[in-house]
Design a protein around this ligand. Structure first.
Ligand code: Q46
Ligand code: ZN
Ligand code: ZN
Length: 318
């Protein structure tokens, strides 16, 4: 197996490119894919201050590494979700990554600073854990970006993630969600700009990036992801990709290029209906925003151990 570019021994075969690459030319390919995404979607410009949402997993650490490697000024924000050992270990990987590279990492602990954790929030609000988690992360990343004077928030969603979400939204023809499924959300009143620079790279490519760049990351999935519909969609897309390499990329990237422009104006809601939350000032259509309500309910609730929620989640998923 030889590298397509230099004919030296290859370390990875990429069926969708119908080619193999050595470590150096594989890194070159990843950098080019990220640069292309940044340029095509006008994600950021040199000199922008980027806040990277990091979780200790391969995608977010690879993203942080790639952005710094490409010369962007990027700091990390990690949110301690209080999901048992999984959270403790993922913070360890994130902190080591930042320390070894002299990068700036801010850590927010839900339990330490806001008096709740995700298993408890899920029980207190009767939401599925990922819904309580998503709401918490969105709010805290937005707030940290605005308060810290960052130009944008970057997240590590990769091609597999985006294709799986697209697949789910298409199966149900969720037009409003489809209209919003773009790799860039522009800044608007009270919300920072949000970008997904890894949309042209797969999960497997990000794992390979971490190996060639000596990045240690948490391999275990979040225990709350059990029964998550997206895992099923990813498996279905992987089966299609095995039969027909390149399908996943063309499904997602052609949606963005050909279909998304036809959906402009279908994303629902308008900022005019939003006022400011009486407690935190965030934009909300109600008097108090859903994040403040979640904090209020969860902080009052007796702490719920992670094992309880994962068992309950499994029962629900059956
Ligand atoms: S961390 Fe949070 Fe994910 Fe765990 S609880 Fe769900 S959303 S699965 S990215
Ligand atoms: Zn090579
Ligand atoms: Zn609020």
């Amino acid at each position: 197996m030889k590298c397509r570019v230099c004919r030296e021994p290859a370390i990875i075969d990429l069926a969708r490119h119908n080619a193999n690459f050595c470590a150096e030319h594989f890194q070159q390919l990843c950098r080019r894919q990220v640069e292309k995404a940044i340029k095509d979607f006008d994600m950021m410009k040199p000199g922008d201050r980027v806040l990277v949402a990091v979780s200790g997993g391969k995608d977010s650490l690879a993203l942080w590494d790639l952005l710094v490697d490409l010369g962007y000024s990027a700091d990390g924000l990690y949110i301690g979700l209080g999901i048992g050992d999984y959270s403790d270990e993922s913070l360890g990987y994130t902190q080591r990554f930042a320390d070894e590279r002299g990068l700036s990492l801010k850590v927010i602990s839900l339990r330490g600073e806001l008096g709740y954790d995700i298993p408890t929030a899920a029980a207190a609000t009767r939401r599925v854990p990922c819904s309580a988690c998503g709401l918490s992360k969105r709010h805290l990343f937005d707030r940290a970006a605005l308060e810290g004077g960052y130009d944008l928030v970057a997240t590590g969603h990769n091609l597999d993630d985006e294709a799986a979400v697209l697949f789910g939204n298409t199966l149900r023809w969720e037009i409003e969600y489809l209209a919003r499924q773009l790799p860039v959300l522009p800044a608007r009143a009270g919300f920072p700009k949000k970008v997904k620079p890894l949309v042209r790279l797969t999960e497997r490519e990000m794992a390979a990036w971490c190996i060639v760049r000596n990045i240690d990351y948490i391999v275990e999935e979040c225990p709350m992801a059990v029964g998550n519909r997206h895992l099923g969609y990813k498996n279905a897309l992987n089966a299609i990709e095995d039969q027909s390499p390149g399908s996943k990329a063309s499904f997602y990237l052609n949606f963005i290029e050909r279909m998304a422009p036809l959906l402009v104006g279908h994303s629902g809601g308008s900022d005019e209906e939003l006022g400011a939350c009486q407690r935190c000032g965030s934009p909300t259509p109600n008097e108090v925003c859903s994040f403040c309500l979640l904090v209020e309910k969860s902080a009052k609730h007796e702490p719920v151990p992670v094992e309880f929620m994962t068992r309950a989640g499994r029962k629900k998923g059956r």
